[in-house]
Write a protein that binds this ligand. Structure first.
Ligand code: SF4
Length: 464
């Protein structure tokens, strides 16, 4: 078994991207490969694609980036009318392995399904224990494998995939945006709170695409149709799009952090542009936490649009003063503290010619453990900054996420045990401020709905 271990990150890390295509006559595997590359920011540990040819499903998956897992020979062998794909970032510090990579396939009697999942199920242990007592055998420890088995078994029992999914939605607890493939059709569905995003697009030739984000539709050449609604099950097949609503939760709870950090800036979620939301977050922060400074810098990549917004609203010039290395892997363990502390210099490097002698406003998306902020601030001073004023476009992260995002435990979250002034002193900057929850709401005010999960700020979890 090929396994790659890693350490807990000093950031909220996305836990997966999902993509699906129904397009007979098209190269569905390569279209899915393109879609997964657009979603690569949501997971870099493993990638996989399953195709359905009307009679059977076949699958290829492995540890690595999409371009490392798939070559032309693999793609040429994946022939079918439909495909589902997945990029993964395992949660809870778990190791990456081929067995844990998705799609998960299940074949019970005549029922063949492949499932991909973005999110985290909360009752996996209880479900797995009872399934194992009934004789189920699992190859990985993942929640998605358990969900695949539950759907396949209920489909076999009822003779209906939709009934199988409905049964699973009745027993699965947690966050899930899933795409399921049978040999003939795709099914896209979301948990009753709509925590993780999922959208549908139409190909010019008439096929369908499902993606975690609209940037995946763009790369496939698909036009955005709509988002999958909470508790909805959408079937895409020869008969077209067939949707069935389910019992949604009384209060929608879509992850507001998608707009702050997880989603790509060129994506649109529920009608709200991620780029514009970030720009407005920066503008609002400039009103809530103004500062007398010479330059505004963004911590790339997610801090950049907010830095542009802060600069526009404050009149302080925006400058490109921090260079990011986009090619640093995240999957190796750095064995010593000294090496860990050097880790940030692999990723971020300040430009002394821009910042020396300048008073800086530095915009970042969030503070989790704070070690990255502390090292970055030290690097900025070393590069000659006269002052560093840190501005954060999320409220303080005080609680862990259990819905498909990898966070530190509560005792590792800097804001959980410190006042803002204590955080400032530890990070070592001249001033520190966070956007207010109201300011963040205003920034995402263009979304079609305003029901948010904000549990990592408030501790008020939509699913207990
Ligand atoms: S707890 Fe935070 S990161 Fe997790 S789903 Fe809710 S808003 Fe998103």
């Amino acid at each position: 078994m090929e396994t790659v271990a890693r350490e807990m990150p000093d950031a909220l890390e996305e836990a997966c991207g999902v993509f699906g295509v129904y397009a007979p006559g098209e190269d569905v595997a390569r279209l899915t490969g393109y879609g997964l590359q657009a979603l690569q920011h949501r997971g870099q540990e493993s990638a996989g694609i399953a195709v359905g040819d009307g009679e059977h499903l076949s699958c290829y998956k492995n540890v690595g980036l999409v371009t490392q897992v798939f070559d032309d020979a693999v793609m040429d062998a994946l022939v079918g009318n439909l495909a589902v794909g997945h990029v993964r970032y395992s949660t809870s510090g778990a190791a990456a392995s081929r067995e844990a990579a998705q799609p998960h396939l299940s074949s019970i009697d005549e029922v063949e399904i492949a499932l991909v999942h973005n999110g985290t199920l909360l009752n996996t242990e209880a479900l797995r224990t009872s399934l194992e007592q009934e004789g189920a055998v699992f190859a990985s420890g993942t929640d998605t494998e358990a969900a695949t088995y539950i759907i396949a078994e209920a489909t076999r029992r009822t003779g209906s995939v939709r009934e199988g999914i409905r049964h699973a939605m009745g027993v699965l607890e947690g966050a899930y945006a899933m795409i399921l493939a049978t040999p003939e059709a795709l099914y896209a569905f979301r948990d009753p709170h709509g925590i993780r995003p999922l959208c549908i697009g139409r190909l010019p030739q008439g096929g369908w695409v499902v993606s975690s984000e609209t940037c995946g539709l763009d790369i496939a050449g698909a036009a955005y149709v709509r988002d999958v609604e909470p508790a909805e099950v959408v079937r895409l097949g020869r008969e077209g799009l067939d949707a069935e609503s389910g019992p949604a939760a009384p209060h929608r709870a879509s992850c507001i952090f998608e707009y702050v950090y997880f989603a790509r800036p060129d994506s649109v979620i529920d009608g709200q542009s991620v780029y514009q939301a970030r720009r407005v977050m920066g503008a609002i922060l400039s009103q809530e936490a103004p500062v007398d400074a010479d330059l505004v810098l963004g911590v790339p990549d997610s801090g950049t649009p907010a830095a542009v917004g802060y600069a526009e609203a404050s009149g302080i010039p925006y400058a490109f003063g921090i260079v990011k290395n986009h090619y640093v892997g995240r999957t190796f363990i750095q064995p010593t503290q000294a090496m860990r502390e050097r880790g940030i210099t692999l990723k971020l490097n300040p430009l002394p010619s821009v910042i020396a002698g300048k008073r800086l406003v530095v915009i970042d998306d969030s503070i989790v453990r704070g070690t990255t902020s502390r090292q970055l601030v030290a690097m900025l001073y070393e590069a000659g900054a006269a002052e560093v004023h840190l501005r954060i476009v999320s409220p303080e992260v005080r609680w862990p996420c259990f819905y498909g995002i990898d966070t530190a435990t509560r005792d590792q979250l800097l804001a959980a045990g410190c006042t803002t002034e204590e955080m400032r002193q530890w990070i070592g900057c001249d001033s520190l401020a966070f956007i207010s929850p109201e300011g963040l709401h205003r920034a995402v005010g263009g979304a079609r709905h305003q029901g948010w999960c904000e549990a990592c700020f408030t501790g008020s979890y939509p699913i207990s």
